[in-house]
Design a protein around this ligand. Sequence first.
Ligand code: 6YU
Length: 502
Amino acid sequence: LQRDSRIFIIGCGISAIGAAQKLLKHGFCNVHIIEATGKSGGRIRTGRLGDNIVEIGANWIHGPSKENPVFRLACDYQLLDKESMSEENQAVDIGGHPLFVPNWFTSSGRKLGPEVMGPALEFFMKILERSQQFYDSGGEPMPSVGKFVKSEAKRLAPEEWKEDQANINIRMAMINTLLKLECCVSGTHTLDEVGLGAFGMYKTLPGLDCTFPGGYEGLIDNMMKELPKGIVSYNKQVKCIHWNNTKDEPDTTATSGPVKIECVDGKTFAADHVIVTVSLGYLKKHKDTFLSPSLPLNKLHSIQRMGFGTNNKIFLEFEQPFWDEDCELIYLVWEDDTDLCDVVSDIKTSWIRKLTGFTVLKPTERFGHVLCGWIAGHESEYMETLSELEVLHSVTQVLRKFTGNPTIAPRKLLRSQWFHDPYSCGSYTYVAKGCSGYDIDNLAEPLPPNGSNSKPLQVLFAGEATHRSFFSTVHGALMAGWREAERLVSHYAPASTISSKL
Ligand code: 6YU
């Protein structure tokens, strides 16, 4: 019975691939994946900028150490360099904020040193750390991370820098830049939308974040090789999952089942179980039609309440670097931005002000001089609607202003467009104001709900948004896929134990 159960997994990102691997390993042999696009990987997507490999989606293994299953797989497949795998790297514990070597450029064409900017960075990180503590202690004084960080910064700054009044304004402008950077980290428009009480729910693992020298997609390729050929139906968008499906013939025929999957091209599949791994953004957009009967109200509310925002990258290639040789992160500081506001007032004319800075792609011998710009929120969504030339023009203007060099000209540009990607509808999940772990657990709860008389476990939910402490990450997505596969394994385990005893 277990081996024959028809299990369909919707989407072929890492969560789905992980679920399929685990099910097959436990003897399920009727497992299928339906993917809307022409390839596997979802938000893990490696692209090219000229001769260079660049990550359009996920970038790092966050917390690469033994506890992280993505790290373990990457080691098994030999996809990482020696340094990333060293015990020393695994032991580094930086709480999710790698200490990149920074360069600071300001809007008046000045390059500022660590003596001016270092204290602002430290000051900001301390407040941010405090904002994570309310998850354990409770008693959050404000609903959002943004309100808390901004009001604490305003309250404490005069005292903190009373000996150094001259630099207060530029440091406040720096904090503005850091707020925008945090929008990228959390994948949100503004930190005012991120819930303070649940901010500390996201857990970091030890290990110095590392990248895949050959591209993140190498992980997907290796995992896919372990699945049987033909397990994925590509270019097939699922339109509706009909659960509690009683309209068909009795359950004894091969063409019927408690679940019927209807695709946009009209094709249907009968299933015993469906594991949904589509993004929270997709669920938000299609929540009223993706399931029939519709999702139960409590689940609908959690989908609405949880946050799913946009974080995009803008890759630029240069003939020559304008940054220091050891620089890993370039901050753009707008000197007139001293009011601690992480959104832009007129998106159409000033969207570029949301661009917080650039990470430098390393090592230079491999990449040449390539930067990855980071921009989150509605400004980022607007950027997606512009042509590459328009984006290149705006970025070039800003770089000329900030470096004071009127001849700087990136020679190539590539940007991501996650918000307008019809199958991602944004970048990743954050815990929005008013949300709690309950909403994530609620989203992960299978259908029909507990206590129902219908056939159990018809629709299960995986994907990064369903992991309580690792949402927004690749390892969270993988673990959520495994979790739902294990749910099915243990559902059938008693039956198989009985039959093996007979
Ligand atoms: C990480 C990182 N990283 C940058 C950017 C992005 C993401 N992440 P998938 O979407 O992959 O799969 C679903 C599939 O379903 C997909 O193939 C669809 O085509 C398909 N589908 C949809 N609809 C369908 C339909 N109707 N029918 C059939 N198929 C359908 N994670 O670990 N390191 O550096 C980054 C980053 C720009 C966009 C990231 C990173 C997130 C991961 O990419 C993402 O979680 C997983 O790939 C999702 O896999 P999945 O299988 O669930 O879905 C305090 C606090 C703060 C909290 N946040 C801090 C953490 C920081 C997170 N950082 C991320 C940063 C970067 C840079």
